[in-house]
Write a protein that binds this ligand. Structure first.
Ligand code: BEZ
Length: 225
């Protein structure tokens, strides 16, 4: 299978999840989606990550994003693990977690670690999943891919920030600069002349002929959180 790249259609699949069976494209529907994988149930870093996503669930919902986790255990393990996650993080995890015991979805999305890479993430020669993130848009296109090793928990505020950037750049002819936060200055897209940009944005500041900063109309520049 061709490698998954930005712009690829997210492969469809059927799977058992903690909230019932799904067909992935039907699950996404007209929403955005974040599919994120974990090495295994009952592991410490993953327990903090899933708790964090449960806390941030309203932030994802506000952006029209459905979240769905994946771990390489069965549903019975997932259900017991969710009890631990809820208790230790003081949350009520309600989003689905895919039971990918046979690593079918993990293989489809190339989420498996390499046997040589991290001995702590390989059991009996079988690699577990790494911490993959796929942000998928309503057209089912992959818009962002992250891969973190098992030892490094992800920053889910950064994933929300990146989704804000993606959604904003779908609405406006802009890009976002380093460390951009919602409400901050944006960069006028290279395809837009400075003259045209001055008609679109309230303020345009030309730092270099190819680097034009702009402020957004108030309704776009508002803090999203
Ligand atoms: C963890 O979630 O803590 C973890 C999982 C697999 C390997 C290493 C760490």
């Amino acid at each position: 299978m061709a490698p998954l790249r930005l712009g690829s259609v997210a492969p469809d699949f059927s799977a058992e999840t903690t909230t019932g069976p799904i067909k992935f494209h039907d699950f996404i529907g007209d929403s955005w989606a974040v599919l994120f994988s974990h090495p295994a149930d009952f592991t410490p870093v993953c327990t903090t990550e899933l708790g964090e996503v449960a806390k941030l669930a309203p932030q994802f919902a506000k952006r029209g994003v459905k979240v769905i986790g994946l771990s390489t255990n069965d549903l019975a393990d997932h259900d017991r693990w969710v009890d631990d996650i809820n208790e230790v993080n003081n949350v009520n995890l309600a989003f689905p977690i895919i039971a990918d015991k046979d690593r079918d979805v993990a293989t489809l999305y190339d989420m498996l670690d390499s046997v040589e890479h991290d001995a702590s993430n390989v059991v009996n020669g079988i690699p577990f999943t790494v911490r993959s993130v796929f942000v998928i848009d309503p057209a089912k296109k992959i818009r962002l891919i992250l891969t973190y090793p098992a030892s490094c928990g992800r920053n889910f505020d950064e994933i929300l920030r990146a989704i804000d950037s993606l959604q904003l750049s779908d609405r406006q002819p802009i890009a976002t600069p380093a460390n951009w936060q919602p409400g901050g200055e944006v960069i006028v897209h290279v395809s837009v002349s400075t003259e045209k940009a001055k008609q679109i944005f309230p303020e345009v500041r030309e730092a270099l002929p190819y680097l034009r900063f702009a402020t957004l109309p108030v309704e776009e520049g508002e803090e999203e959180k």
